[in-house]
Design a protein around this ligand. Structure first.
Ligand SMILES: [Mn+2]
Length: 283
C-alpha cells in the first residue's frame, strides 16, 4: 500500500514540544521501518503553519485545515492517509478530508475528548475534538474547515475510555453514540461487535480510526502524562482493530498524543508499529 504519513508536530500552539515531538519520534524510531518492512511505500507530508500562533484555537483550526487538505489529496491520489499528530484535534481535519458521507468515527482514547466549553472544568482545548466532530461546539470554526460536516452521533463509537469528566460522560452517553469504557470492554468482550453492528445499521460504510495512544495501558505502553494503568492492553486494542476491519474499510487513521519523554524504552513505539500493522495489513 502507498501510505501518506501526514505529520503535525504541534501540541496546541507549541511546535515540537511535548506530544508535538511524538510524530517524528514514532516514525523515525521504528514505525516507518516497520511499515516499509511490511511492503508499504511511505511518503511524509509535514504540516507547517505559516507565521506565529497567538492562540491554541488558531493552532487547532490551522492544523485541521492543513490536515483536511492533505487527507483529501492523499485519498484522491490513491494513498492511505496515516496522520501522526501531537493533538487529537487533528481528527477534525481528517474527518473533513474524508467527508461525512457514510463515515463512521471509531475513537480509541483513555479520555472522552467530548468536552465542550460548557462541560469542561479545565478549558483544555484538546479534550473537545470528538465533540467538535459531532457538531456539539466550535461550529462556526469547524464549518470553515474545507469539507467539514458534523458526523451523526449514531456513527460514532468511543472505546477504551477510563478518565471521563462527569459532565462530559453524561453528555456523551446522552447522544446515542456507542460508548464502551475500558472496564466494560474487560467485562464483556461481545460489546465491541454489537457497537460496530449498530454503526453499520446506522449507515456507516467506512471509518476514520482514531488512536490516541493513551488508550494503551500506561505500564505496558506509556504514551503521555495522562495515561492510566486501567487502560486497555495492546493485545486488546489489536483485537478491536481487527474487529473494525472485519466490518468496515478504514479510510484514514490518526495516531496522536504521544510524548517520547514518557517512553524512554520505546515500548510504545513498538506497540504502535504492531497496531499499525493490524490497521494496514491486507486481510
Ligand atoms: Mn485524546
Amino acid at each position: 500500500m502507498q501510505i501518506e504519513a501526514i505529520v503535525s508536530s504541534y501540541a496546541l500552539s507549541r511546535h515540537h514540544f511535548g506530544t508535538g515531538n511524538g510524530p517524528d519520534h514514532l516514525l523515525n524510531n521504528g514505525v516507518r521501518d516497520d511499515l516499509e518492512a511490511q511492503g508499504h511505500a511511505v511518503t511524509v507530508d509535514e504540516v507547517v503553519l505559516p507565521g506565529e500562533l497567538d492562540t491554541d484555537v488558531e493552532a487547532v483550526f490551522g492544523v485541521a485545515n492543513a490536515v483536511a487538505e492533505r487527507v483529501r489529496k492523499a485519498v484522491r491520489n490513491g494513498l492511505f492517509p496515516l496522520v501522526f499528530a501531537g493533538n487529537c484535534n487533528s481528527a477534525i481535519g481528517a474527518v473533513a478530508g474524508l467527508g461525512a458521507e457514510n463515515l463512521g468515527v471509531i475513537w480509541l482514547d483513555s479520555h472522552g475528548d467530548f468536552n465542550t466549553p460548557d462541560t469542561t472544568a479545565t478549558g483544555f482545548l484538546d479534550g473537545m475534538g470528538l465533540a467538535v466532530i459531532a457538531g456539539r461546539c466550535w461550529g462556526n470554526m469547524a464549518k470553515q474547515v474545507p469539507g467539514f460536516a458534523p458526523v451523526p452521533e449514531s456513527h460514532i463509537a468511543h472505546i477504551g475510555g477510563n478518565q471521563f469528566d462527569a459532565d462530559e460522560e453524561k453528555l456523551l452517553r446522552s447522544t446515542g453514540a456507542q460508548v464502551i469504557t475500558a472496564t466494560e470492554y474487560g467485562e464483556n468482550r461481545s460489546m465491541p461487535d454489537r457497537a460496530l453492528a449498530a454503526l453499520s445499521d446506522a449507515g456507516v460504510r467506512h471509518v476514520y480510526l482514531h488512536l490516541d495512544l493513551d488508550v494503551l495501558n500506561a505500564e505496558e505502553a506509556p504514551a503521555n502524562h495522562y495515561g492510566s494503568e486501567e487502560a486497555l492492553s495492546v493485545a486488546s486494542v489489536e483485537t478491536l482493530i481487527r474487529a473494525v476491519r472485519e466490518r468496515f474499510a478504514i479510510t484514514a487513521c490518526g495516531i496522536t498524543s504521544y510524548n517520547p519523554d514518557c517512553d524512554p524504552e520505546n515500548r510504545t513505539v513498538r506497540a504502535t508499529a504492531r497496531l499499525t500493522r493490524a490497521i494496514l495489513s491486507t486481510l
